[in-house]
Design a protein around this ligand. Sequence first.
Ligand code: 5GP
Ligand code: ZN
Length: 135
Amino acid sequence: MEGCIFCAIVAGQAPSHPIAEDDAALAFMDLFPASEGHALVIPKAHAENVFEIEDACVRAVAGLARRVAVAMRSVLAPDGMAVYQANGRAAGQTVFHYHVHLIPRNEGSPLTFHGRGRADDERLAELATAYAAKL
Ligand code: 5GP
Ligand code: ZN
């Protein structure tokens, strides 16, 4: 969709640090991570939210998200992982292309779904490569 940053990433028209993909879904690193290692999984076909996305795309995103979560856990060994998906501004959605967040969580760190700063590209590339190697 015109003007959608995640569609631009799918099309290779905007930079990203991809982790994995299949026919219908793509996983890549979040540029403004809520915690180190935060990744996103999206459908390749544009859909704004859970109310509009097709079941088959939800299944593709969920399957890839699960596989990437397992890879993330083996790389980072966090205490836990938040798997989160926002629909609408009131729910905290800021990018209006359906996406599932994979946010590594550690005991005692503040529970937040949004990061403050832009991550370092070198570190994102390193993490994406490490995750991909565990898939
Ligand atoms: P939401 O707030 O809609 O649930 O999540 C949007 C997510 O997309 C946020 O975690 C934000 O950091 C991330 N994000 C926003 N713009 C970009 C971008 O250009 N590239 C990447 N990789 N992530 C982005
Ligand atoms: Zn889109």
